[in-house]
Write a protein that binds this ligand. Structure first.
Ligand SMILES: Cc1ncc(C[n+]2csc(CCOP(=O)(O)OP(=O)(O)O)c2C)c(N)n1
Ligand SMILES: [Mg+2]
Length: 608
């Protein structure tokens, strides 16, 4: 056996660059790195020597670097991913939130935090937390519950088994999620005689799990017996590359489709069988169909509370839940009849088993009524003096967008409004991180999307709150010439949570900046802030000025930031479903007691 002597870090980097996806592209498209004593000498040296095979990028915060990596993987349909390396301690724990985000969203991410010395010689090393009762614990143990596969590399040769396992996890459609290999800093620098064969190119194919014949027959029988079924399309439809199959299946069997946040854009918005967004932030058309449905066929969905109206949406007393999902965990949720399979082949085989079965096409008026109700909200206002609404901002962005636009967001008012109002023309046109709904994903995420699909125009919709939470990768996007359009809706605070607080009977408190403890009113100049990081930026005073700015954004070569002040109070009233947010059982506020009564009525309705 021929061997090659390399440090553990050099071996890891060499292995990473030899792993390909089935399109022949490197599965790991790049490495985000912030160095410290825990990785600069080991991994830093290895990344430098491999820089023409594997690009290293430098960001400003470990969490947001990981957000960029995650957005890259999501927009790539999980066919490619990125790695992120940090030093030990704070750099490492900065990535824990991002690991959780990738975990919830089932997205591949390779985290390589440095770890304390395996030989313990210099203990306690700078930033070592020192667990008194357990010598094996370091700050990196925080990653365990938010990693699909966690390992601590305390000897170089552990990589011989850990790395293949890491790739098996990231490329397994059911197990897919973040992998954390914590890398003891002395081990990174240690040399070992590696078998050359370990570094041979390896292709990771997307596994297409076919249905079990028994499950297929049971599900086919259930669907055939249904009169008014509905398909709930989730993110798995995109990750499986099943959008074409979904459309063919829906058309052949005349089953209406509704879309979750992760599923949106699976079917073009104007396809007659696309009844629109489902659930808490859904359309009246989609929710009406779901309330009546006698069979709910989830395809690639986790059935989270926003999708199911906290399980109050599917009201038909005889309704049957079916879950076509590549993960057994999701396929059996809430008593669902499981069809464990890849979405694409699962739909093909279920379609074949259904033969000529066809449901009755949905009432076209459901959709036209919905658009009649909400289209006026997105129109440019006739009166130029009133504070614009977020819905009008969406309208302006929609009018400036084309078939190549990707609109993206994660938290705040915009995800719900975009779910309801955005008209996505084709798969991938809508990128919403609504599994973890993590404020601060937006700017870094937009950068990751653009890196994944450079030919598309990426529009990042971000509230002032999310912008303040994490904006520093805007400077990275400027430095790297990554062209994104950022629309900041400045309603001077946490508008959506303020409305939720009011909706649960609470006093307006600690959400809008004016309602937070202050000596001086807050007055943040977002356009100046963005400009200070190198972005082209403008503050606009009206929807008409926003439209002009968006037209100018097209010619920009790097990030273009438009700031618009919006009204924190309006949201789209129509369509949405109930959401379970527990209201206090006792309170000295009448409004809370009243809200509690409404809450109990809603709870009873769910149980019935
Ligand atoms: C990291 C994180 N912290 C807190 C929350 C809870 N949260 C959701 S939206 C929101 C306010 C968002 O404010 P902003 O971005 O200004 O959006 P707006 O609703 O005002 O449009 C908060 C605090 C979250 N989703 N993520
Ligand atoms: Mg806000």
């Amino acid at each position: 056996m021929s061997t090659i002597r390399l440090t553990a870090a050099q071996a890891l980097v060499r292995y990473l660059s030899a792993q390909l996806n089935e399109d022949g592209e490197p599965f790991i498209a790049g490495v985000w790195a912030i160095f410290g004593h825990g990785n600069v000498a080991g991994l830093g040296e290895a990344l430098y020597s491999a820089r023409d095979r594997l690009q290293t990028y430098r960001g400003h915060n470990e969490q947001t670097m990981a957000h960029a990596a995650i957005a890259y993987a999501k927009q790539s349909g999980r066919r490619r991913a990125m790695a992120v390396t940090s030093s030990i301690g704070p750099g490492a724990t900065n990535m824990v939130t991002a690991a959780a985000l990738a975990h919830v969203n089932r997205l591949p991410l390779l985290l390589l935090p440095g770890d304390v010395f395996a030989n313990r010689g210099p203990d306690p090393v700078l930033q070592q937390i020192e667990a008194f009762g357990d010598g094996t614990i370091s700050a990196n143990d925080c990653f365990r519950p938010v990693s699909r596969y966690f390992d601590r590399i305390t000897r170089p040769e552990q990589l011989l088994t850990a790395l293949p396992r890491a790739f098996a996890t990231m490329t397994d459609p059911a197990e897919c999620g973040p992998v954390t290999l914590t890398f003891c800093q002395d081990v990174q620098a240690e040399a070992y005689d590696w078998p050359e064969s370990f570094f041979g190119e390896r292709t990771w194919h997307q596994r297409r799990v076919r249905p079990d014949q028994g499950e297929l027959a049971r599900v086919a029988n259930a669907v055939k017996a249904a009169k008014n079924p509905v398909i709930v399309a989730g993110g798995g439809v995109h990750y499986s590359g099943a959008c074409t199959e979904l459309q063919a299946f829906a058309e052949r069997h005349q089953i209406p489709v509704v879309e979750s946040q992760a599923g949106k854009s699976a079917l073009a918005w104007d396809h007659p069988l696309n009844l629109g967004p489902v659930g808490v932030t859904g359309a009246s058309s989609a929710n009406a169909v779901c309330e009546e449905a006698d069979l709910v066929l989830g395809v690639g969905t986790r059935f989270q509370d926003f999708t199911t109206g906290s399980w109050a949406l599917f009201k038909n007393p005889v309704r049957q839940l079916v879950s076509l999902n590549v993960a057994a965990y999701d396929a059996v949720k809430h008593g669902a009849l499981p069809l464990m399979a890849d979405a694409r082949v699962g739909l093909q085989e279920l379609g074949a088993a259904l033969g000529d079965y066809a449901a009755s096409a949905p009432d076209a008026a459901l959709k036209s009524d919905w658009f009649t109700a909400v289209d006026p909200l997105t129109e440019a206002p006739a009166d130029g003096n009133a504070l614009p609404t977020d819905q009008q901002v969406i309208g302006a962005v929609q009018r400036a967008s084309g078939p190549d636009t990707v609109v993206m967001c994660a938290a705040g008012t915009m995800p719900g409004e975009l779910h309801k109002l955005w008209k996505a023309p084709r798969p991938g046109a809508y990128h919403m991180e609504y599994g973890y709904s993590c404020m601060g994903y937006e700017i870094a995420g937009a950068m990751g999307i653009k890196m994944a699909e450079p030919d598309r125009d990426v529009v990042c919709m971000i509230g002032d709150g999310s912008y303040m939470m994490a904006n520093s990768e805007l400077a990275t996007a400027c430095m790297m010439g990554v062209k994104i359009t950022v629309v900041i809706t400045d309603n001077r605070g946490f508008g959506c949570i303020n409305r939720l607080q009011m909706g649960t009977g609470g006093a307006e408190f600690n959400n809008l900046l004016d309602h937070a403890h202050h000596e001086n009113p807050s007055n943040i100049d977002f356009a100046a802030h963005a400009a200070s990081m190198g972005a082209a930026s403008v503050h606009v005073g009206s929807i008409a000025e926003l439209e002009d700015a968006l037209a100018r954004a097209k010619a920009a070569t790097g990030p273009f930031v438009v700031v618009i002040d919006t009204d924190p109070y309006p949201s789209t009233p129509d369509g949405g479903h109930w959401w379970d947010v527990a209201v206090p059982e006792v309170s000295d506020r009448d409004e809370v007691n009243e809200a509690r009564q409404g809450y109990e009525t809603a709870l009873r309705a769910r149980l019935n």
